[in-house]
Design a protein around this ligand. Sequence first.
Ligand code: SAM
Length: 262
Amino acid sequence: MSHQHKKRFGQHFLHDQSVLERMTHAIAPQASDVMLEIGPGEGALTDRLIDRVASFTVVEIDNDLIPTLNKRYGNRAHFSIRHQDALTVDYGSIANPLRVVGNLPYNISTPLIFHLLESRHAITDMHFMLQKEVVQRLASEADSEHYGRLSVMAQYYCAIEDLFHIGPEAFDPPPKVDSAVVRLVPYQQLPAAAQNEATFARIVKQSFSMRRKTLRNNLKGWLTAEQIEACGIQPGHRAEVLTVADFVRLSDAYDQESTAHE
Ligand code: SAM
């Protein structure tokens, strides 16, 4: 292989054809789709998708991969390359509706998902290969092992499914961690919407600030035990048993309290 893999860009290229097939099946490309792939690398996933959709854009940061991608796909009118850091792309300006896919560089996957969620109104769905632990945290339900701040923040905006898990041997070079494919479908209408999303994010952060402490302790100075109880939540519980809707009620209670004292 001519390309020198770059660790700083999280380059682990998929070579297991059965994993690529499963991922393609999960994505289920449609002829009318406008699709964007983050981090195409040498095109392992691109190959499977590009000729099955109406428009295909790739976002790739590595200079050295741009000529390869141009050579392989540049003759297609419906293909375009953005030689750019995926964290700086304005996804909402590319197309609406847009489908997003990728075997993501694991070192930037969480900030990237939150950056993408800023354009959620334009995004139909996202299918990503990520580090397995991150997928488990994104998809797990309240009161289960991997549930935490990331689960709550991501599930506020999206329906999330942990689709399947893959070992390191599917990649070249193999990463040190296991991987998983996740589907995120942004809600067009949030099932539980906070009055103020900034408050919601702060309350969630604060509630999980000390994992072993109760809500009463972690929310000291934010909400009293009585106020927590008035939301139908036990102040002696830990944050990890609360659903997204529970956090929304706490957030709204805090906002109402603050407004009342203005
Ligand atoms: N899709 C290919 C595959 O499955 O074989 C490559 C996946 S590899 C895990 C991640 C890809 O993302 C690499 O091509 C890497 O150069 C690219 N990448 C890393 N950081 C990036 C960034 N900030 N913006 C865009 N692409 C990035």
